[in-house]
Design a protein around this ligand. Sequence first.
Ligand code: FES
Length: 185
Amino acid sequence: MSGAQKLPVAEQAENPRVGEHGALSCGRALSFSRQTHDDLERLLARYPTKQAALLPTLWLAQREWGWISREAVDYVATLLDLSPAFVWGVVTFYTMYNRAPVGTHLIQFCTSISCHLNGAGEAYAECRKRLGDLKPGETTPDGKFTVVEVECLAQCDKAPAVMVNDDDHFVITKDKLDAFLGSLK
Ligand code: FES
């Protein structure tokens, strides 16, 4: 088992840290779409303080832009009257927030114990190999696939378990990769 590699996508891909709080820059100013603004308004009405709504607001940001850039950190901080350093501290506490751009399909292989014992390590390595010898956390040149290793996905009885974006996939062994990858086109 290679638990030492179970890092957020930016670190798995060895992206450099930049910016005053270590976040990568997307190189442009950001603001939510009208739809996401409306979702945020509904969200804020359900929480006692703006700070309490930080986690779901970051989810909205990730839904909107795919990852949490330096500009997204600053934008969310302004929206919620928080400091960028506080927001970045929360982003870096949770591995589910992408700290670098990811492909259209973010393929997350669980390699914790049940999945490991059922061939997750082989499937994970083979998947990266088939997509062009990707390093952990790397994205294919066409921007379609990013492959990372994650901790238990709470689907241990269907090991090896894989999550693609928000969808669960079960029993993804090496010999099932053709069908699995084919289903993601
Ligand atoms: S060990 Fe893989 S889902 Fe739990």
